[in-house]
Ligand binder design. Structure first.
Ligand code: NDP
Length: 334
């Protein structure tokens, strides 16, 4: 069983020698356990956080331990009466590895998607979709006519948020890097405004595109982009703080907005959230997202890298913007 393990904690972007692909024997199955052959592995910005020992919401990955990650698998062997070889499943806790052994109570069967590809379970109908749905609907609470700004808008989470906000009748402005991603947001997702932060001044563009200020700031990036949106938020605005990807390669405390008093003066709701806290409510989100996917009303992209051996070198795509859609690694055949 090939496994990517953490050899040392990266001090910036992950580099040669931080991770190592090792070969380890598979443990013998005991009663109630399932052997899952991994098909897709989810690469997520948060995995860079787990590789560090900074303040975080789960225990960091230990030195010598496999890199934790979401997987979709096919049952290869089973000592559980609930699962048979060939079943397509999602173990609750996977890793960057060929095979995952999981106790049956931590394995979920996947229903038929009515034609949607298996990768949908790793993106729009997986944690990505849940993050977008609950962050926007629960915390952002968008109302028709309001202005919603989404950062990393062409990414996996951001693109779902932007479309859901449009469906709520909001004016949606997306911030993304480069003309191609911006064109997709404008022409395919029909956003009301797009800002190419690599090629234009974000503050000036926000003034032009959001003359009446910002009601919801769905924040994925942090840093100066966050500050530019935050400083234009309206009274009673909401900011679902979903991610701060621009800061994940740095150690130490992360500075906040330059004017913290705006939270008070404008009576803002700024709420950080982690999707795992919403897992018990997954059915609620899937009840909305599944028909949208089935009817083709929600668009999403996946960026699939072939081969477990390429997982470590591909994580950096999330930080360079080199990914075009939800970043996955295909570990083995469907
Ligand atoms: P994406 O598909 O959005 O990929 C990440 C994107 O972030 C890149 O493509 C890039 O887009 C953008 N980006 C990276 N670095 C910077 C930077 N320095 N400045 C501006 N943009 C940058 O990934 P996800 O959808 O998986 O994740 C998006 C965000 O959501 C992350 O912050 C992640 O941590 C967060 N998240 C939070 C969850 C939660 O539970 N709270 C769950 C899942 C994700 P571009 O080309 O436009 O620069």
């Amino acid at each position: 069983n090939r496994q990517w393990v953490l050899r040392r904690r990266p001090d910036d972007a992950i580099s040669e020698g931080d991770l190592e692909l090792v070969e380890r024997p598979l443990p013998m199955l005991t009663d109630g356990e399932v052997l899952c052959r991994n098909i897709y592995l989810s690469l997520d910005p948060t995995q860079r956080i787990w590789m560090s020992d900074r303040e975080q919401y789960l225990p960091p990955v230990g030195i010598g331990q496999p890199i934790r990650g979401g997987v979709i698998s096919v049952v290869a062997d089973s000592r559980s009466t609930a699962f048979r070889p060939g079943d397509i499943v999602r173990p609750a806790i996977g890793a960057w590895e060929d095979y995952t052994v999981a106790p049956e109570k931590l394995v979920r069967p996947l229903q038929d998607l009515g034609g949607a590809p298996l990768t949908a379970w790793m993106s729009v109908l997986g944690s990505t979709g849940l993050t977008a749905y609950f962050g926007l609907m629960d915390i952002g609470q968008p109302k028709p006519g309001e202005t919603v700004v989404v950062s990393a808008a062409a990414g996996a989470v951001g693109s779902i948020v932007a479309q859901l906000a449009k469906m709520q009748g909001c004016r949606v402005v997306g911030i993304a890097g480069g003309p191609d991603k911006c064109a997709w947001l404008r022409d395919d997702l029909k956003l009301d405004g797009v800002i190419d932060y690599r090629n234009e001044d974000v503050g000036a563009a926000l003034d032009r595109l959001c003359p009446d200020g910002v009601d919801v700031n769905f924040e994925n990036v942090g840093g100066p982009i966050m500050d530019a949106v935050f400083s234009r938020m309206n009274d009673f605005g909401r900011m679902p703080l979903c991610g701060m990807i621009s800061t994940y390669n740095n150690e130490g405390p992360v500075p906040g907005p330059t004017d913290f008093s705006r939270i008070l003066m404008r009576r803002l709701l700024v709420k950080g959230f982690i999707v795992i806290d919403y897992f018990p409510r997954a059915a609620e989100a899937l009840g909305v997202l599944t028909p949208l996917v089935r009817d083709g009303r929600l668009k999403w992209k996946t960026h699939v890298v072939q081969g477990l051996e390429n997982a470590a070198s591909s994580l950096g795509l999330l930080f360079s913007g080199g990914n075009d859609g939800k970043l996955l690694v295909q570990v083995g055949p469907e």
